[in-house]
Design a protein around this ligand. Sequence first.
Ligand code: SF4
Length: 240
Amino acid sequence: MERNSLKAFKKPKLQNLIGERMIDFDKMIDNHIARDHRAKTHGRYYPSEIGSCIRKVWYSYKHPQEVKPDLAKIFELGNIMHDFVVDVLKSDKNHEVELLKSEFPLKIQGDDFLVSGRVDDLILVKESGKSWVVEVKSTKSVDYVNKASSTHLMQLQLYMHATGIHNGMMLYVDKTNLKSKIFPVEYSEEKAKEIMERFGQLHKLLTQGLLPIAEARKSNDMNWMCRFCEYNEKCEKNEL
Ligand code: SF4
């Protein structure tokens, strides 16, 4: 290499460094995971939402909001974590379990509405020959998870009901260190029916334009939801 060109290689011109803008990777992530905004349709409901405050779910149909980038990132982390769980379940190094299906859709017909969801995983535990419905959730710290959340349990009960597979497990995986906890869940036909009734009530209130009770405010177990609720202001004023 000639002396002059070697010099040029070692010392890039200052204006090249100043003149170029760095890439904005945060923005690139936002663009990559941005979801199309789809209005929710009355009469079509989702198992993942039904354990939330009923008034909040009602508002989400009446006043749908775009998913904010920070929330979209949390959802995406959940997807990434689930992909990892699928890899672990499918791994050649794990012989005790066979992954039968993952991310499969299901529908439950109510009287005049439809419940539509997606089951995380269906596995076969080879030793017992039993199939299990698995619902996966990522969490900030699995050390603080001492039982399955009631919201998640409602989702799992419905999936067990719809698939006819009455063994369920909640699998929590820590996003910071991949530690996990499993909670087996017993199927209850009664609970599944109560959850379908809850969908029925939501549907009726939406159809009639009636505001549900401020459920989370009235319950010690649920009032933490109000801190993260985008409808807090409307709710305080009992706005329709
Ligand atoms: S503020 Fe609380 S009670 Fe009101 S809709 Fe939101 S979660 Fe429900």
